[in-house]
Ligand binder design. Structure first.
Ligand SMILES: Nc1nc2c(ncn2[C@@H]2O[C@H](COP(=O)(O)OP(=O)(O)O)[C@@H](O)[C@H]2O)c(=O)[nH]1
Ligand SMILES: [Mg+2]
Length: 460
């Protein structure tokens, strides 16, 4: 997610924060690069212009230039303006009455049907049971798709013959009758905006008076997504946008432009095809991610959701106190796998975002890591600092890896601990940009060097 832009921004900011004194020329240069990075990321050009103007003006203030860390001040200004650009947004879905009607609109293939199921799943986790309404009668496959997803969730999928507005009105009636909390309407899209589709969604809106209307947009279509969002908003008065396929969006243009162009914020993001790949949208976290500073808060929350809350608290405490050992690490590996792909998790760790391009952690690598840890003695796992050359050789042999693999893992582990120690001691508070930009506290990506194809052996 956002690899391209993160990389560019990291470069600009590294140069900025390395300078003790900033001149107007330094700032002009940096802003030129920021401008280019945003344009390359396919951000709307008007948005880019006003963004760069604002940041430049604020950066040139006396207070910034004369401060002890001008570069970091500028980074903070950029961060805050990014937050401003994408927010504010109320988290969650309001529930003013039963049933609460949530309508999804959007072009064909944007991810409406998938998102309908994701939202139902999201609400289910909050204890809200919803009914899914198949209002895309154009394609029988679409109804079938929704039915399968509904079945997975154990939720009713309302599907009838007839005109979509009639179907939706009946669905709401039924929800009222049986007392279903939320109704999620999956409407039909077209490949392009056309009058017929607009007429249909408007009629559905009139007949069902949705409490929330969300536009589902495919992030990978960049400015086209923004253009269609504007067109829909002119007709429907949206409550927010759900930006899908962010997992495949290296540029971030749509994410950064939607709010500025339409006035409506992103409410949720889709980050994968599976039903649990929906995230609430937080402008500040997204800004940190775009700046390549990772997203510790999201990571901790995600861990909390998957891992038992008490375990998560313990793990967090250990991480922050830097008491985290390989034993804990091994225990977490299993749970990490449940949380999603490793790459996804790593992208949330500060300093990792921009380096993911060079990162290649496959399940194979994970197996290797596991094998290495398995080959350590209990003492070594608890006190990895005692691992010397001899021990390293033994571990490598035992796990069928190369000694460099073992050193690599040890090095990464130490760096992670140091970084966490910095966070824990408050030198690198989660909101402290200054701390996160400190290159010494950043984590290098974990990369195995060994090219050996041999399957790692596991020592019992
Ligand atoms: N990678 C990824 N794929 C998605 C996401 N949301 C939807 N898709 C995929 O996009 C395609 C179209 O989705 P669908 O829900 O059928 O779109 P609809 O025509 O708007 O209903 C499907 O192959 C989905 O699996 C997402 O957040 N990430
Ligand atoms: Mg569909």
């Amino acid at each position: 997610m956002f690899e391209t832009i993160s990389e560019k921004f990291s470069g600009v900011f590294k140069r900025l924060s390395g300078k003790a004194i900033l001149s107007e020329k330094n700032i002009a240069e940096a802003m030129g690069e920021v401008r280019l990075a945003l344009l390359e990321a396919d951000v709307n050009f008007k948005v880019v212009k006003s963004f760069v103007d604002t940041v430049t003006k604020k950066s040139l203030g006396e207070k910034v230039l004369r401060s002890i860390s001008p570069g970091q001040q500028v980074i903070k200004i950029v961060h805050d303006e990014l937050v401003e650009l994408m927010g504010p947004v109320e988290p969650g879905i309001p529930h003013p009455e039963t049933p609460t009607v949530i309508m999804l609109a959007g072009l064909q293939g944007s991810g409406k049907t998938t998102t309908a199921a994701k939202l139902a799943n999201y609400l289910l986790r909050k204890g809200r049971r919803s009914m899914l309404v198949a209002a895309d009668v154009q394609r029988p496959a679409a109804i079938e798709q929704l039915k399968i997803l509904g079945e997975q969730l154990g939720l009713e999928v309302f599907s009838r013959e007839g005109r979509p507005p009639d179907i939706c009105a009946k669905a709401v009636e039924r929800a009222k009758l049986v007392g279903i909390g939320d109704v999620i309407i999956d409407t039909a899209g077209r490949l392009h905006i056309d009058d017929e589709m607009m007429k249909e969604v408007k009629e559905i809106a009139r007949r069902t008076s949705p409490h929330q209307i969300y536009l589902v947009c495919d992030a990978m279509t960049g400015q086209d997504a923004v253009t269609s969002a504007k067109a829909f908003n002119d007709e429907l008065s949206l409550d927010g946008v759900i930006l899908t396929k962010l997992d495949g969006d290296a540029r971030g243009g749509a994410a950064l432009s939607v709010k500025a162009v339409t006035g409506k914020p992103i409410k949720f993001t889709g980050v994968g095809e599976k039903i649990d790949k929906l995230e609430e949208f937080y402008p500040d976290r997204m800004a940190s991610r775009i700046l390549g500073m990772g997203d510790v808060v999201s990571l901790v929350e995600k861990a909390k959701e998957t891992i038992d809350a008490e375990d998560a608290a313990k793990m967090q405490e250990k991480l922050l106190k830097a008491e985290f050992t390989f034993e804990d690490f091994l225990k977490q590996l299993g749970q990490m796998k449940k949380m999603g792909s490793l790459k996804e998790i790593l992208s949330m760790i500060p300093g990792m975002g921009s380096q993911l391009g060079s990162l290649n952690v496959s399940d194979d690598e994970l197996t290797k890591v596991e094998a290495i840890i398995h080959s350590m003695t209990a003492t070594e796992r608890r006190r990895p600092d005692i691992i010397d050359g001899q021990r390293r050789l033994r571990i490598a042999r035992g796990s069928g890896t190369a000694p460099e693999d073992v050193s690599g893992l040890l090095k990464q582990f130490r760096q992670m601990r140091d970084m966490m120690r910095a966070v824990g001691s408050g030198r690198m508070g989660m909101g402290s940009l200054a701390g996160m930009m400190n290159p010494g506290a950043r984590m290098k990506p974990f990369k195995m060097r060994s090219k050996r194809k041999k399957k790692p052996r596991r020592k019992r």
